[in-house]
Design a binder for this molecule. Structure first.
Ligand code: F3S
Length: 77
């Protein structure tokens, strides 16, 4: 389970975040490229935009479920 106390500063504030367990596998970006971005310098993903409607929320939850190391949380608020 993701830990909001360990989330990257790059995440935009809101429900979703990526924490420091991320291994840069890219799955979240494949699922929801509008919301997740890779920080190539530090080797981890982060949330660049928060969902604003039900469809976008579903895309972000799919990304959360696709993460193999459970580095994505949706309890950021
Ligand atoms: Fe990282 Fe998980 Fe995305 S490992 S790149 S947060 S799918």
């Amino acid at each position: 389970m993701a830990d909001k106390s360990a989330k990257w500063d790059l995440n935009v504030d809101g429900l979703f975040y990526v924490d420091d367990q991320c291994i840069a596998c890219d799955a979240c970006i494949m699922e929801a490229e509008d919301f997740f971005e890779m920080n190539d310098d530090d080797g981890h993903a982060y949330v660049k935009k928060q969902p604003t409607n039900a469809e976008e929320l579903e895309a972000c939850n799919s990304a959360l479920e696709a993460c193999p190391v459970e580095a994505i949380g949706n309890d950021g608020k």
